[in-house]
Write a protein of this length. Sequence first.
Lengths: 118, 114
Amino acid sequence: GAVVSQHPSRVICKSGTSVKIECRSLDFQATTMFWYRQFPKQSLMLMATSNEGSKATYEQGVEKDKFLINHASLTLSTLTVTSAHPEDSSFYICSAPSGQGNFGQKLFFGSGTQLSVL
Amino acid sequence: GESVGLHLPTLSVQEGDNSIINCAYSNSASDYFIWYKQESGKGPQFIIDIRSNMDKRQGQRVTVLLNKTVKHLSLQIAATQPGDSAVYFCAENPRATGRRALTFGSGTRLQVQP
């Protein structure tokens, strides 16, 4: 299957700092990537859709000024958590669709980034 | 449906037994469904998918059943192994809405006892 690489896998930062997470599609191009957030023992919640060459689309309740998304190329999307606070501590996962699945839109996921804000 | 912050339900099975994990989806417009496996600290891994014009699809040791009447999806794992221990999520793609992102169910933790 297609490979999505996500870095870093874990980051610990002080409150008020900014953290950048990178998501790369390694063997395919992705005009769209999706950013999810997952709190412990919960499901994945879509935060935003990253679009190459245009603005990201944010889900209701997600602050676009806090979670900056840049999709600079067909293989790279970045999520920057600005002025991070302890409540932003979570597992962030990116994903990208690789063409069509057997029937529909199969997503391939990165390995996730565990963000801990002190 | 979306998670509401509840603890994940857990299914505990003996190694070698068959496992059945269930999922109820909410959007009748969804026409494509996927099961993902997520191990601790990792991203979800694709297991199997099914389209709404099918009611059953089989893979290697896994079978997905779809009942559109009651909006229910199940994943059957044959001869469950310790390596199958993980959290399993169903996901739906409501293509009628034009969204390409998947909506994830609340998940089930599978524990395989040796």
